[in-house]
Write a protein that binds this ligand. Structure first.
Ligand code: AMP
Ligand code: MG
Length: 711
């Protein structure tokens, strides 16, 4: 059996109609049939349900088999269904939930009330939690931590396979899926009522029916969706469009088999364990010819060998370089708008520069063969040759023509004498010979010949590159999509912005503006992921969003291994963390991890250490991810204006600038909390790993901020 029509639905638990203008966090439906993929936007669940009902009917009547996937759980962890409806049958639970849920055509609904009542069936507090402040019912706690003694598991087995799924008990705030499930199950139940045996819900029902319903989790292939999305496409739309097309592109037998996998009581997320296959299908369906979508990074790409303690900076850099590869897709852009973008392919000249031989100066042109040494007197032909105004006739041997810079050499002219070296009465030009043959002329193609390589793949395009491409007739350039760099600050003491009042124990966020501005200056697309408190749940939620909106994430704070180091603790338990203890000052362990296929750089909280780690580690790594290749900052050897004895064993970076005589002076304090020193400096002095004894005049390596691309 195969499916003729694939439907992917991004559901919503909203309490009022979504905006009239298509937007995110609303209901989106993707439909793939034949080679076509369409999407539609729905402001209410009622509207979406009616659309689905009409579509199911039309397809069934036309004899086309439908697979429809929804992004909410179809079942709850073991024990819940029995308590609610006296049976472990998930579809009996659907009926019981549908009987309680009231969901009006304008999305107004009673889900919090229903959840509170369901909680009442269990001892203690919970399992459902999360509600707006206005919903005041002690049976539904606002916080997950307030639950106790309800006795139900937090997750289903399949959710343990995908760490980023949210538990179905959570009804409110970012990323929660609990409300979507209660409201969605009620709506799907109404469709079952209407279509009877024509609908089979997998994996609970195994019969072949005209319409098959399955549970999906689009973030399973988030990286590929992001890479294949159209520029500025709403994420929910991209998800349903690309997933529908990808499932359509799978082999029919493979897809049919996937719908039958999983636990017939707890349910299953379609495609679990087949992510790579689905991603390949998505590329097959959507990557235009030549648009290479890079494979995702391996989850263990940051792993350090066992037993490694302090890693020298160069070794850490070499490991990082080996682990990463470009992650951005390819598109094309008008040459004039390409500054800062990374060239995705070698580009060849479409035409020679210059296209024709021309004059390099203002002067008089003639045939060299008819001149000699001593005073030369050449009669002038009427007219002149100027740039953009070619002389249409031949210049006879022994004659000369007035010629201006950039003018094509007329027929009969191969040499030009500089105006300043001549006298003329308007009819004759006089100069002192001999003149070298071809003097003051430019050969066609002497700069670049048509077909020659003009710009190399990986070049981060600068103003001069745009000049060259334009001169060579290249109107569009193949470029990588800009790397999206998410920036997240963490810490209970951090206050998001200086325009907010701060208590004495609070400090304003210094790292986020710094890191966002670095990303901007490096020509990436900064994605502000805001600030979260030191809570694993909050950090996880924000990383989950970040992984959908960004190609790489920089966090700051909480990266070490202490009690309050929630970033590293979270990444260790739920991502794949490699904490690298790098022999570097200032800097502490740099937490490197993969989160939903997206690399995360856990930078230290101290702004000084955060900047140094960002410049030394994140900059070359981001450059590589963006397609521009690994970069090494250009340093200069200058005499020191300071004294310092440094012990062996780690590399040090000092905040520095050049004094009036070109000597490197360093900031008075090495304290890593001294942000003023970062601002005072114009660069860093890099002291090598070994022992050094710097005295005034000793040569040191100075790396200006500009060499780190810091603007
Ligand atoms: P942590 O790495 O979280 O232990 O933080 C180390 C130090 O950096 C602490 O003094 C934090 O208050 C400070 N810090 C952390 N994040 C920021 C930030 N975004 N802006 C300014 N200071 C920060
Ligand atoms: Mg902290």
């Amino acid at each position: 059996m195969s499916f003729d029509t694939i439907v992917v639905v991004d559901w919503s638990g909203a309490s009022s109609p979504s905006p009239a203008k298509p937007s995110k966090d609303a209901i989106w439906i993707g439909i793939a049939r034949g080679d076509a993929v369409e999407t539609s936007y729905h402001r209410t669940r009622e509207d979406a349900t009616q659309t689905l009902s009409a579509l199911f009917e039309q397809e069934r009547d036309a004899g086309r088999r439908v697979l429809a996937g929804f992004d909410f759980p179809f079942a709850y962890p073991g024990g819940f269904a029995e308590a609610v409806c006296g049976s472990s049958e998930p579809l009996a639970l659907w009926q019981a939930l549908a009987a309680r849920i009231k969901d009006a055509p304008d999305n107004a609904n009673n889900r919090f009330r229903v959840a509170a009542e369901l909680n009442d069936l269990f001892p203690g507090t919970g399992p459902f939690w999360g509600c707006p402040e206005s919903f005041d019912d002690p049976r539904l706690p606002a916080k997950g931590t307030a639950r106790d003694g309800h006795g139900l598991p937090e997750r289903r087995a399949c959710e343990d396979h995908v760490k980023t799924t949210q538990p179905c008990w959570k009804l409110y705030t970012t990323g929660s899926v609990g409300s979507q499930a209660l409201l969605g199950i009620a709506r799907l139940h109404s469709l079952r009522d209407r279509f009877g045996p024509d609908i089979a819900v997998r994996p609970f029902e195994t019969r072949d029916a005209p319409i098959t319903l399955v549970e999906l989790f689009p973030s399973l292939v988030a990286g590929t969706v992001a890479a294949l999305a159209e520029p500025d496409e709403i994420r929910d739309r991209a998800q349903v469009r690309i997933l529908a097309g990808a499932l359509r592109a799978l082999s029919p037998a493979a897809l049919e088999a996937m719908t039958r996998e999983g636990d017939p009581v707890e349910g299953w997320i379609l495609g679990l364990g087949h992510e790579a296959e689905i991603e390949r299908a998505a590329r097959k369906a959507f990557a235009p010819a030549g648009d290479l979508i890079p494979p995702r990074l391996r989850d263990d790409c940051f792993a350090m060998p066992q037993g490694v303690s302090w890693v020298p900076v160069d070794e850490a850099l070499a490991k990082l370089r080996a682990a990463l590869r470009p992650v951005t897709g390819v598109t094309s852009i008008a040459t004039a708008r390409a500054a800062g973008r990374v060239l995705a392919a070698d580009v060849a000249a479409r035409r020679s520069n210059p296209p024709m031989p021309n004059s390099a100066v203002d002067g008089y042109g003639f045939a060299h063969a008819a001149t000699g040494s001593g005073i030369q007197r050449l009669p002038l032909v009427a007219g002149r040759a100027a740039a953009g105004q070619p002389y249409p006739h031949a210049v006879p041997p022994g004659h000369a023509i007035r010629i201006l810079t950039g003018a094509i050499l007329p027929e009969g002219v191969d040499t030009v004498v500089l105006e300043e070296d001549t006298s003329t009465d308007g009819t004759t030009v006089v100069f002192d010979g001999p003149i070298k043959p071809r003097a003051n002329t430019r050969k066609a193609g002497e700069d670049v010949s048509a077909g020659d390589p003009a710009l190399p793949k990986g070049r981060c395009l600068r103003a001069p590159d745009l000049a060259l491409a334009s001169a060579l007739g290249i109107a569009e350039l193949p470029v990588h999509r800009p790397l999206r760099v998410g920036v997240l600050s963490t810490g209970d003491e951090i206050i998001a912005a200086p325009d907010l009042p701060a208590a004495p124990h609070q400090i304003w966020d210094a790292n986020r503006p710094m890191l966002l501005s670095l990303a901007q200056g490096w020509h990436y697309e900064p994605v502000d992921l805001g600030h979260v408190r030191d809570s694993a749940e909050a950090i996880a939620e924000r990383l989950h969003e970040g992984a959908r909106e960004a190609d790489v994430i920089l966090t700051s704070g909480g990266a070490s291994a202490g009690d309050e180091d929630h970033v590293s603790a979270l990444l260790r338990s739920r991502g794949t963390l490699s904490s690298w203890r790098i022999a570097l000052k200032p800097g502490r362990p740099l937490a490197l991890a993969m989160w939903e296929g997206v690399p995360v750089f856990g930078l230290p909280g101290n702004p000084v250490a955060a900047l140094v780690c960002a410049l030394v580690f994140a900059r070359p790594a981001l450059s590589l991810l963006s397609g521009a290749g690994w970069t090494e900052p250009q340093g200069f050897t200058v005499p020191a204006a300071f004294e310092k004895r440094k012990k062996p064993g780690r590399r040090e970076y000092l905040r520095a600038r050049l004094d009036a005589s070109g000597h490197a002076e360093v900031f008075g304090s090495e304290g890593s909390g001294r942000i003023s020193g970062l601002s005072w400096a114009d660069g860093l002095v890099e002291l090598p790993d070994g022992e050094v004894d710097v005295r005034p005049g000793t040569s040191v390596r100075y790396i200006p901020y500009a060499s780190f691309g810091l603007v």
